[in-house]
Design a protein around this ligand. Structure first.
Ligand code: GRF
Length: 220
């Protein structure tokens, strides 16, 4: 399965995908990495893995929609089966996004629908959440609200701060993203207008990643 990855920052999720691709545990080919930020460390990670990169700078466009049109024209020319937002920090215009619904996923560092948007770790701590986590979902026009595919949860510890919580969650995010893409690449998980299906049956609740890195059903 040909995959295009969109990044804005550090690139640890991209690195996890490249590692899984390399060691044969993820049957995908990352054909390009696209970014809105020329200085994103993720671009160096892509280049050192020999993956073509392309940066489009938002300030070079008249407005947000023009930028998104140019970006998605690039993506369309690459004809990927899947687009992965891996730390891509821009909201995509719905007119541009709509044709890609069902072929684009995002990883978000919270147990959606809790804490859509930014500063998720801080908000989980402030809310006194006993658990925190990450979600992989199909991207729709509503920010961080598309159909959920899978989640991973960790306990919040009494002495956690934003940095410790984020650091403990990150490796689980990587496993979650790899496991979720594996399901899509194998053809087992599909998007339909009625919601995601796993093995042709409606997925009524997001799958849960467990300690051995496999995905499990959870009760609805
Ligand atoms: C991750 O926490 C991801 O869930 C969120 O942005 C962060 C990106 O990290 N969407 P990285 O750039 O993949 O290291």
């Amino acid at each position: 399965m040909d995959v295009v990855v969109l990044v804005s920052g550090r690139g640890s999720n991209l690195e996890a995908l490249l590692a899984a691709q390399r060691d044969g545990t993820l049957p995908i080919r990352i054909t390009a990495v696209l970014s809105d930020r020329p200085a994103a460390p993720a671009l160096a990670i892509a280049r050192s893995a020999g993956v073509p990169t392309h940066t489009l700078v938002p300030a070079h466009f008249d407005n947000r929609v023009e930028f998104d049109r140019a970006l998605f024209a690039d993506i369309a020319s690459l004809a990927p089966q899947l687009v992965v937002l891996a730390g891509y920090m821009r909201i995509i215009d719905s007119s541009v996004l709509t044709p890609w619904v069902g072929r684009m996923i995002n990883i978000h560092p919270s147990l959606l629908p809790q804490h859509a948007g930014m500063h998720t770790h801080r908000r989980a701590l402030e809310a006194g959440d006993p658990e925190h986590g990450a979600s992989v979902h199909f991207v729709t026009a509503e920010l961080d609200s598309g159909p959920l595919i899978a989640q991973v949860a960790i306990d919040v510890l009494v002495d956690d701060d934003v940095a410790s919580l984020a650091a403990r969650l990150l490796p689980h995010e990587h496993d979650l993203l790899v496991a979720s893409i594996n399901l899509i690449a194998s053809g087992r998980l599909r998007y339909t207008v009625d919601g995601p299906q796993l093995d042709a049956l409606a997925l009524l609740a997001p799958l849960r990643l467990i300690a051995d890195r496999s995905l499990r059903f959870q009760s609805t």
